[in-house]
Design a protein around this ligand. Structure first.
Ligand code: PA5
Length: 441
């Protein structure tokens, strides 16, 4: 399913970069499989494609059908790992223009992933007087952005449909036992879905967190899980021919050789939010203790006309990972008898041929400019392919974190801003901190 081309690392890495890391990779793979490395309590995602809760999965499918019947809009409230996966898959498979398309599934609007008043007002006006439902997603149940948004949309639902009617339209995805959202959902009688204890936010796209909104968008979540299960099976085999081992070793070796940034590039505009999901996955997993490749993303060929100059000639900080999908359709470039633009040498050629040559040209130019290149080739986009790619990146991320000797499953750095924000907002208990912060501002 996935072909990894590392041939454009020649000259950037010593011959033995993989063999010299084989022992460490074997240990990393063992810790992931046995759930006993650093952060092992959060490695439930490793076997999720096989061991997911089948009863809940059926409830997700039933709830998705109900939402499709009851509403023209689903508002998905969540931030970080509680929203990026769903948006990534919906845009990748349903298009970034999903909401503009003619379809028999609801529009999906994302809220609670920021604190912009303008964005909130726009979401409300986009709903207009249409029927809507809400899927509020928060593992902790206490994250400020989604909690504030939920307050607002819950009130809107209650005003429009009454308390009873609102209850029928609110779906809560949260911890199975703890947290403010769990308490509220129990009290109000919302349909609940669980973020498993052993799966952290950024690894949760294949749980109810991602699956419910994805299913509402009409995407086949069984095929998505099947793709992930195929990857789980393929990547669990230890050894130097495992592509996850190869990619993790290459990233680590390049990092140790002085590279500081990994650019994820794709030639498909629908990949943009998948790259956002990937950035969170790698940024939160590796970026700690003063270590880690900074994950960045570019959309080609558009960004060749904005970021291309820096990538070619700026600081030699980066490696580039290109994800390529086989095209689904074909479009032939028309002939122009007058040939004013001089492009008749391309007449009758598929647009994908031009894209392929552009990609090959870029790879060679960047390699010549000192940017090592990793190429991931996938079949045409489908649910199965997407599930496979999700699991591949998750698994490589787990291996990479262990190679880097960090806990890839915590995110202690996220708390710093939250504590300051609570203090500045006047949350009870933070009075001393507030006074100290106000003095510094
Ligand atoms: O990956 C993570 O753990 C984070 O991005 C969380 O998903 C994010 O902070 C939202 O947290 P919660 O789901 O508890 O509201």
């Amino acid at each position: 399913m996935l072909t990894l081309d590392l041939s454009k690392l020649n000259g950037f890495l010593p011959q033995d970069y993989l063999s010299s890391r084989e022992d460490a990779l074997r240990e990393a793979a063992r810790m992931l499989a046995e759930h006993n490395g650093p952060g092992g309590d959060f490695t439930g995602w490793v076997t999720l494609p096989r061991d997911y809760d089948k009863e809940e999965f059926a409830r997700i499918q039933a709830a998705a059908k109900r939402i499709q019947q009851q509403s023209q809009v689903l508002v998905v409230i969540g931030i970080g790992g509680s929203y990026l996966g769903a948006r990534a898959v919906i845009e990748l498979l349903g298009s970034p223009n999903y909401n503009l398309k003619q379809k028999n599934t609801p529009d999906i609007l994302f809220a609670g992933n920021g604190l912009s008043t303008d964005a909130l007002l726009e979401t409300i006006s986009l709903i207009g007087d249409r029927d809507f439902s809400v899927n509020v997603i928060s593992k902790s149940g206490t994250t400020t952005e989604p909690a504030v948004a939920f307050r607002i949309f819950k009130q809107m639902l209650e005003e429009k449909y009454g308390k009873e009617g609102a209850r029928e339209r609110i779906y809560a995805t949260t911890d199975k036992a703890r947290g403010a959202l769990k308490g509220l959902a129990d009290q109000e009688g919302y349909e609940e879905f669980v973020v498993p204890d052993d799966v952290g936010g950024r690894y949760s796209v294949l749980t109810a967190v991602g699956l419910l909104p994805i299913a509402v968008a009409g995407i086949d979540i069984e095929a998505l899980m099947d793709g992930a299960a195929q990857a789980m099976e393929a990547l669990s085999a230890p050894g130097a021919d495992n592509p996850a081992w190869q990619y993790a070793a290459a990233r680590h070796a390049l990092y140790e050789s002085g590279k500081k940034v990994e650019l994820l590039a794709c030639y498909e505009p629908c990949f943009r939010f998948f790259a956002e999901w990937w950035k969170q996955l790698y940024g939160e997993s590796e970026g700690k203790e003063g270590k880690g490749l900074f994950p960045a993303s570019v959309e080609y060929t558009a960004d060749l006309h904005s970021m291309g100059q820096y990538i070619q000639e700026g600081e030699r900080l980066m490696l580039e990972t290109v994800v390529q999908f086989a095209p689904k359709g074909e479009f032939l470039i028309p002939n122009d008898p007058e040939n004013v633009d001089g492009l008749n040498f391309l007449s009758g050629k598929p647009l994908s041929f031009v894209a392929e040559q552009a990609m090959r040209a870029v790879i060679l130019a960047h390699v010549d400019g000192g940017v090592p290149n990793v190429r991931i080739q996938m079949p045409a986009l489908s649910e199965t392919v997407t599930g496979y790619l999700i699991y591949f990146f998750e698994y490589v991320c787990g291996l990479s974190g262990y190679l880097l000797k960090v806990n890839p499953f915590n995110q202690p750095g996220v708390e710093a801003y939250k504590n300051n924000m609570y203090a500045l907002l006047g949350k009870p208990g933070y009075e001393a901190q507030k006074a100290e912060l106000e003095k510094r501002l």
